[in-house]
Structures are given as structure tokens and as C-alpha cells.
Design a protein around this ligand. Sequence first.
Ligand code: RNT
Ligand code: ZN
Length: 429
Amino acid sequence: MSVKRRFEEAKKEYEQWGIDVEGIFEKLKTVPISIHCWQGDDIGGFEINKEALSGGIDVTGNYPGKATTPEELRQDLEKALSLIPGKHRVNLHAIYAETDGEVVERDRLEPKHFEKWVAWARELGLGLDFNPTLFSHKKAEDGLTLSHPDPEIRQFWIDHCIASRRIGAYFGKELGTPCLTNIWIPDGYKDTPSDRLTPRKRLKESLDEIFAVEIDGRLNIDAVESKLFGIGSESFVVGSHEFYLNYALKNDKLCLLDTGHYHPTELVSNKISAMLLFNDRLALHVSRPVRWDSDHVVVFDDELKELAVEIVRNDALDKVMIGLDFFDASINRVAAWTIGTRNMIKALLYGLLLPHEQLKALQEQGDFTKRLALSEEFKTYPFGAIWNYYCEAQNVPVKEQWLDEVAHYEETVLAKRSAVSVPDALERA
Ligand code: RNT
Ligand code: ZN
């Protein structure tokens, strides 16, 4: 039976519940996912004076073929995008600047250093998002940046964040879609600190300085991302959840919730509704925590579905800015992007195909039996047939067929790349 025929059959089952499958397709294809460029090169970036990855995050694995130039990274992103249904965004970090062989300090970065990314994004009809990079740098060597006791170091990072917001506004202007510029810092301590307040006070002051610079909110949207702990900041993180929750609310900034940055049994899906009551918008880094590590490729698990369900049933598809954040170097990186992004979209489709009105009414009526029964039965509705046809209709490979394309790409492109990148070779020399 063809994908279409199976779809037609499946559709009838959903329609019995008043679910408009085609209308859902129309809606879903307008929902952008911000795809993080850093899965493609293990958060390496293209700085001339490149430093090793730091900031308490780590990428493990040595799968061959990683992108070592901006051209390669864009080529790989294009490949992944061709396997993902819908129109999306690409999320850049400051270390992906192209400075033409010149050393440009991060506090001196300008829009012109991202011209090629913008030209590329324009050609492909993609929006761009941005992040200042406050790690992998000499001035972040001791794991402190915006909360550093040394005012000079703090100033450097304040200036870098201001420069980044300007770059964000440039993206927004050039591409006609606002850029989300997200600040995440690694600051924290390995051991229990003797003073938590002072570093937090300094972070607050640094953020105030960064945001004192007026930047058009129609072009650039500011977000702040919290964390629970990192490698080397096991006991204390300056930018904790409560810190940024309060900061964002008071200063009209977006909170960015990374799904890997909470206690193991604490779920971001449960936070969305509470956040939406007090914030017009919020941002996500969808990731997958595994024990102490937060950045595994997103899989189609219960929490991903619940997250999508919350966004959908609270009518928040245009309020929650969905971005991804994972980095796995043990598998093909184009496949990693494809798997994680397809799963995110798949989860949204799953959420859109549930009879929310009926389920909500049952809860209100106190009919918890029927509510539970119905939500369980829907788990085995023929969702796969709907998803497959969505892919077909969006002209991307159906089911695992995309793997053949990745295998071909690996053979013809990735395998031909030299194992050692030029900056890595220089570093060793
Ligand atoms: C780290 C944060 C942060 C980074 C990226 C590279 O724990 O999640 O978002 O992963 O900025
Ligand atoms: Zn993150």
C-alpha cells in the first residue's frame, strides 16, 4: 500500500475525533525549529586563535568527517535540512565568525564577520539565531566570565555580549525575522562556595550593562539560559534557574529553558504552562539528559512528546521558540541533526493529533477514568502513517530512507575530508 493510501486510512481514525489532519499539516509546516550549527563540528568554531572546548561542556566521540570550515559546515547543514520536513532556522555561536584569516577578539566582532552566513541563510530562506560564546577562551580559563571578580575580564565579556546583540539585530534586519540571541555562561564553582551572593550580584550587574544598550526588539530578542551544574561547576552555578527566572521577568527578557539543565526528575514539560502565564514568550533548548550529561541527541521519548503536547494544547506554538542543543561526535553528525530535528517535529505532530478539547473537558468533569483510557488508546493510533505522509508531502525522505542519503553523503563527501583540520594541525605544531 502506498504511503498516501495508508495515510487516507489513518486520517479517518483521527477525523472521528474531529481532528483536522490536513489543517494540522498546514500549521506544522510553519513552525520553525532552530537547528544548532554546533552539532556539525563538535562546538569547534572557526576562530583563528582557536582554544580547546571549555566551559564545563564536552563532546565525546571521533566519528570521521566533521566540518572544519564554514563551507563544509554549511554544506552539511544543507544536507540535513534536505532530510527534515518544513522550513527552519539555524542557530550560530560567535565562534562561527568568518574573519578572513584575521584575529578578531570576541569583543570586537561585527556584523560583517557573519556576512557569508547571512547570504547563505537568505538564499535558503532560513532565519538565523545567535549566541555569544563565553567559553573556549583564555579569558574564561578559570570558568568565570560575566561574574568574574576582575572588572577587566567582566568588561571583555560584557562587550562581547553587546557585540553579539548587534549581530543578532543585523541578522533580524537582513533576514526579515527576529534573531533570538541567547546568553549562556559557564560560571560556577567546583566546590561549595563561601559566597553565592557576590558572584550573582556581579552577574546581575553585567547583564544590566549588556541590556542597557538599546537594540530594536523587532530585530533582536534577548534570552538568558540557566543551568544546574557543569563539569567543574558541580557545586554551584551562578546563573541558576531562579536567578534567570527572576532576571528575565523583571527585565522583560526571555527565559531559555534547556531540557538538560534541571534535576533528573524535574521536567521542563511541567514548566511551560507556568511560564506562559507570566511571560508572553519563552525559548527552549531541547536536548536529552543522560545521567550527568545533558546533550544527547533528542529521541522520541515520553518527555519530548509531553513537551510538544504542552506547547500545542496551550496554543503556544508561536510563543515558544524551539531550539535544539545536543552534540554527539560518536555518530554521523548529519544523521544526528536529522534524527534530533525530525524527532522534534514528529513530537509536535504527535501533540497536534490528540483530542485535546475532549481530554481537557474530561478532566474538568472529573471523569478521570475516561480521560486516562482515551489518552492511552491514542498512543497506538496510526500516527506513523500520518507522519510518513507529512514527510512525503514535504518532499523529504519517508521513514528510514533518509539514511541512504546520509550514507551516500558520507561516502562521497564526508569520507573525503582530511581527518585532521587545519587549525588542529596548527595547534599541534
Ligand atoms: C551548555 C548550554 C549551552 C551550550 C551551547 C553550545 O550547557 O546548554 O546552550 O550547549 O551554547
Ligand atoms: Zn543549551
